[in-house]
Design a protein around this ligand. Structure first.
Ligand code: PAF
Length: 283
């Protein structure tokens, strides 16, 4: 596995690979790798000649009161895991290389961000698309891999790729879960012992909602209310949102039909957990 910290060196390396016709799969991450990331790598390795992973905790996507400084980091372990998983090229720039000039632009996302995490994290997706545009230009991948746990991120990246005509295929990969259903996340390490026991109720709640829809419930309010009560009863977390929307457009539903997402965010003491389920509903 080759490791690059300079974007110029990486660009040169990528150009050489492309000149001999290699296809490139790209897995952008913020490190502290877990099964979820490794699943993305597995898929990329299966579908491309070369897999490039980036590890960069992007300051631009953290709000002033968020956990940028405290975001978990373990670059040494990440290198071992990335190599074992089959990553060919690891890009680990530091902040001064990625943002080596004054900010001359502010990229602002106008759609798909006024609800779910975008609503409670203003500016977050502006930071995500800024770093992704830079990384897409540096890496020039054929395919890019994202986990469905961050479904709003997938929705925004889908729009980014279409709007700016990046010749990149977006691949959305199923959420990896613990045995008890808790979605894998770098932030799970922040849960207290009690919260860790409560956390699987998020997924149970989503499954319950899904079941209701499959059994014919078509009232959005009733479904979200039921989930609300269930989460309040079984966890000590504070509910940020529970929403049922169209996917990937993230619009309110006049009727529960077609591809829909049931999404949830709960704030525990130190960890804010998100999860979702996406389903297709017939008439
Ligand atoms: O999902 C993440 O880890 C980040 O938002 C991403 C896509 C690597 C951009 O910094």
């Amino acid at each position: 596995m080759d490791i690059f910290t300079s974007k110029m060196d990486l660009q040169r390396h990528v150009q050489a690979l492309k000149s001999v016709g290699k296809t490139i799969g790209f897995v952008p991450t913020m490190g502290f790798l877990h099964e979820g990331h490794l699943k993305l790598v597995e898929r990329s390795v299966a579908e491309n000649d070369i897999t490039i992973m980036s590890i960069f905790v992007n300051p631009l996507q953290f709000g002033p009161n968020e956990d940028y400084d405290a975001y978990p980091r373990n670059p040494d372990k990440d290198q071992v895991l990335a190599k074992q998983a089959g990553v060919d090229v690891l890009f680990m720039p530091d902040s001064s290389d990625m943002y080596d000039q004054e900010h001359a632009f502010h990229i602002h996302v106008l759609q798909r961000t006024d609800r779910l995490c975008g609503k409670s994290r203003p500016g977050h997706f502006d930071g995500v698309v800024t770093i992704l545009m830079k990384l897409f230009h540096i890496v020039g991948p054929n395919r890019v891999y994202f986990g469905l746990k961050d479904a709003q991120q997938i929705s925004v990246v889908d729009s980014l790729i279409n709007y700016f005509d990046f010749p990149i295929e977006l691949v959305a990969v199923e959420t990896v879960r613990e045995q008890d259903g808790l979605a894998r996340s770098s932030r799970n390490v922040y849960l207290t012992n009690l919260e860790r026991k409560e956390a699987p109720y998020l997924y149970k709640a989503l499954k319950m909602g899904e079941q209701q829809i499959l059994q014919g419930e078509r009232n959005v309010e009733r479904i979200t209310q039921m989930i609300h009560e269930y989460i309040e009863k079984n966890t000590s977390g504070k509910i940020d949102y529970i929403e049922l929307l169209s996917f990937p457009e993230l619009r309110s539903l006049s009727s529960i039909q077609g591809k829909v997402i049931l999404a949830i965010a709960v704030q525990f003491t130190r960890a804010r957990l998100i999860d979702n389920t996406i389903l297709t509903v017939g008439n």
